[in-house]
Write a protein that binds this ligand. Structure first.
Ligand code: 0L1
Ligand code: MG
Length: 262
């Protein structure tokens, strides 16, 4: 690691304050160009610790930058992971308050809920499917704390991978009779189709994103516990939203989920 404990605590406090006060900042690698991956995840962990210390619950995990469309949009090559806090959850059909957000974008995702622990190394699509209780549609709202979404990957990881809000709903489907690669995905904003895709856009198979996450956590001596909600990553590029927008995601065989922005 290149950063000391005090610097990690200061950067975590700064990024979390930007999140809570809905204001942007410059990417942190401008000030600390030598920070490494361990520093980045240590800052993310410190943000999680701060939230838990204030009484928030961690309700899930997310994989990010898992599709070629997202990697291309962001000019990066490696997937990343973050956590979901309880207050990120918007009820199905509910409203995200624009006043609490900086410059939100929405992503169509497939959410997994596990029924058995997943421990890397060595997790693969088969292990993940065997440990999956059900999948369902999810809209992830990302809201990078970095000005104009201008960042590099380490800054993104420190910023909890732009995590902000999410909604899950539709149909809870067991995976036995589903081919997650070929599930068609349609996202609409105000009744207009804005994104089209299929599950395979996420690393060839959305379960591969969950396996990758289990393997990355395994390197840190951690696992994905049974009963964990995991967002497997945007299937298409993220779409910017504004006040008054209404977003609906339809996934073949999984139904639809909807949310709006006040
Ligand atoms: O969920 C995601 O794929 C977001 C990863 C972070 C990069 C971004 O803000 O787009
Ligand atoms: Mg996402």
């Amino acid at each position: 690691m290149k950063l000391d404990k005090n610097t990690i605590a200061r950067l975590a406090a700064h990024l979390e304050t930007c999140e809570l006060e809905a204001r942007d900042t410059l990417k942190i690698t401008d000030e600390y160009p030598d920070m490494d991956w361990d520093d980045a995840y240590a800052i993310q962990d410190e943000i999680k610790r701060r939230k838990v210390a204030r009484g928030a619950r961690i309700v899930g995990l997310k994989a990010g930058l898992t599709s070629h469309a997202k990697m291309k949009q962001m000019g990066v090559e490696t997937p990343v992971f973050g956590f979901l806090a309880d207050y990120f959850a918007i009820p199905e059909g509910g409203e995200a308050k624009m006043s609490e957000l900086i410059h939100p974008k929405v992503e169509p995702e497939i959410a997994f809920v596990t029924k058995a622990p997943l421990r890397g190394p060595g997790c693969h699509i088969g292990t993940v499917l065997a440990a999956t209780d059900f999948v369902m549609p999810a809209i992830e709202v990302i809201d990078s704390r970095f000005r104009d979404f201008k960042f590099d990957l380490k800054s993104v990881v420190a910023d909890n991978c732009s995590s902000s809000r999410f909604v899950v709903g539709g149909r809870m489907a067991p995976v036995d009779n589903l081919d997650l690669r070929t599930l068609g995905v349609v996202m609409e904003k105000n009744g207009q189709v804005v994104s089209l895709g299929a599950g395979a856009a996420v690393l060839g198979h959305p379960a591969a994103a969950i396996a990758m996450l289990a393997n990355l956590l395994g390197e840190r001596g951690e696992e994905i516990p049974a009963g964990t909600l995991i967002l497997s990553g945007g299937i298409t590029e993220a779409v910017a939203v504004e006040s008054g927008d209404n977003v609906t995601l339809r996934i073949q065989d999984l139904g639809c989920v909807n949310m709006r922005f006040s």
